[in-house]
Design a protein around this ligand. Structure first.
Ligand code: AMP
Length: 185
């Protein structure tokens, strides 16, 4: 994949990344985007922050999502609240021209009410920290039983930070049939 124009991604997505000043894909994007557009196999990728990994795991998924369906199609887990907010904001920039698409950030240390309302309004993507995500699933505010994609961002960090139990619980609520993308430093 040489450039975003020839990537096969929807013109709305290409326009948004062009607005953001992305001229050519980073090495990780050049590898993952064609793979994710073609394959349903799981993916393990090694990428540090700053390599363009958010676009690497999200652009091809956004392209394949159904914007008319307001149920959660992708769950993306990140170790910290800051990363969650950053990833959700970046994805919302990628989808600004795709009508009806929305990414919702779910993290601890903020009122559950506001996040619950955002979930009720509907969106296709949830970007969450493991603790709050598990909590929202247990309270039945968040349904992940129909997701097509699961992304584990900074998976190594999530394990060293002690989120294994939360992750096991969350994964247990997701369908067997899904594509899992694991990103680690
Ligand atoms: P990340 O590794 O996802 O945290 O991305 C690091 C920074 O690089 C973010 O500010 C992105 O918006 C930016 N970025 C990602 N992909 C590209 C690209 N292909 N060209 C230019 N900037 C990019």
């Amino acid at each position: 994949m040489q450039n975003f124009q020839e990537s096969g991604l929807q013109p709305e997505i290409v326009k948004a990344v062009t607005d953001m000043g992305f001229e050519s894909p980073t090495p990780i994007q050049a590898k993952t985007i064609p793979f994710l557009l073609e394959e349903t196999r799981d993916l393990v990728a090694l990428a540090q922050t700053g390599t363009g990994k958010t676009a690497a795991f999200s652009l091809a998924l956004i392209h394949q999502m159904d914007a008319t369906d307001k149920t959660i199609q992708a769950l993306m887990l990140c170790p910290t609240r800051e990363l969650c907010i950053q990833v959700a904001n970046e994805i919302n920039s990628f989808i600004k021209y795709v009508k009806g698409m929305k990414a919702i950030a779910i993290y601890g240390g903020e009122s559950m009410e506001k996040q619950k309302r955002a979930l009720r309004t509907g969106g296709q993507i949830v970007v969450g920290t493991p603790g709050r995500t598990k909590d929202m699933i247990q309270r039945k505010y968040l349904k992940v039983n129909n997701i097509k994609w699961l992304v584990l961002d900074e998976a190594d960090e999530m394990l060293t930070m002690g989120f294994k139990e939360d992750l096991d619980h969350i994964l247990g609520n997701t369908p067997d049939e899904k594509q899992t993308l694991l990103f680690s430093a």
